[in-house]
Design a protein around this ligand. Structure first.
Ligand code: C2E
Ligand code: MG
Ligand code: MG
Ligand code: MG
Length: 278
């Protein structure tokens, strides 16, 4: 698009707009062709049973290596994909890749392995989502019970009736919903009360402080107790040290994921990881 606007575009951006806007424009421009150019890869971060430290599942995390701009973090490109609507085809790519990976893993390694996929607000509101999930689950022949969809409270802000219906259709399909980044928003508790989540992921910012800060530790302890009383499974994100792991064992956290165990990995590396750690 910049080219079509002619030679003044560049100076327009440098003179009239700040660097943030220029970067955003470039990222958006590259994002349009990224799927067709095969620039995306789904990585998987392993998740473990806190007590046994057995590998029990993985979270799908998208990676983009732009041929023009180099590697770009999802923190940067997901909001742009969301804003432009490109998140729909990109998200479908992530779902397909994740289910394909899950099908292979369940056949060859562990029947009860789970896969978690992040959904942004626009994906969750997409009227085609349920059908797409249904088809993708049928085609890959995975057990829908092994599929977890992670949403943040941003997804839940408007449209209670629609959300309720979406939850109902998803539980009919057999997939589970997780509340991601718990504790970072304002209404997480209210949403937990309103909707039938099956899993709660405690945000990394709370896990960071649990070994050094007693109020973080108390908050995590209370969150785990509350989750269990609501029959929710609890996942701690961003576990980076053995001290954090030991504390989370004491507090009864169900699952852990984080750099202490592994970064998100390409699928072949996750296969190797599991071969070397089981
Ligand atoms: P998230 O779903 O909360 O994912 C967790 C983020 O924490 C990931 O960042 C992961 O790489 C990072 N992380 C995991 N363990 C540790 C740790 O021990 N220490 C630290 N410092 N970081 C850790 P990532 O991959 O950059 O993704 C960022 C966010 O982008 C995700 O947050 C999610 O909201 C979004 N995202 C990523 N992939 C997708 C996708 O396929 N679809 C959608 N809609 N959103 C995605
Ligand atoms: Mg997540
Ligand atoms: Mg998270
Ligand atoms: Mg997070």
């Amino acid at each position: 698009q910049a080219k079509a606007m002619g030679g003044n575009t560049y100076s327009y951006f440098t003179n009239e707009m700040n660097l943030v806007m220029k970067r955003r424009f470039e990222v958006e421009e590259q994002l349009h062709g990224a799927l067709a150019r095969n620039e995306f890869e789904v990585y998987f971060q392993p998740q473990f049973d806190t007590n046994t430290q057995q590998l029990i599942g993985a979270e799908a995390l998208l990676r983009w290596h732009s041929s023009h701009l180099g590697p770009i973090s999802p923190v940067e490109f997901i909001p742009i994909a969301e804003h432009t609507g490109l998140i729909i085809p990109i998200g479908e790519f992530v779902i397909k890749q994740s289910l394909h990976f899950l099908a292979n893993w369940q056949q060859e390694k562990q029947q009860n392995f789970t896969i978690s996929v992040n959904l942004s607000p626009r994906q969750f509101r997409d009227p085609q989502l349920i059908n797409f999930l249904k088809q993708a689950i049928n085609q890959s022949a995975v057990d829908p019970q092994s599929v977890v969809l992670e949403i943040t409270e941003g997804v839940l802000i408007n449209g209670e009736a629609y959300i309720r219906q979406a939850f109902a259709e998803m539980s009919k399909l057999g997939v589970k919903l997780a509340m991601d980044d718990f504790g970072t928003g304002y209404s997480s508790l209210n949403y937990l009360r309103q909707y039938p989540f099956k899993e709660l992921k405690i945000d990394r910012s709370f896990i960071d402080g649990i070994t050094s800060n007693s109020s973080d530790r108390d908050l995590v302890k209370a969150t785990i107790a509350m989750s269990h009383s609501l029959a929710l499974r609890v996942v701690a994100e961003g576990v980076e040290s053995i001290e954090q792991l030991h504390l989370l064992q004491e507090l009864g956290c169900d699952l852990v994921q984080g750099y202490y165990f592994s970064q998100p990995l390409p699928k072949n590396q996750l296969l190797n990881y599991s071969a070397n750690n089981q």
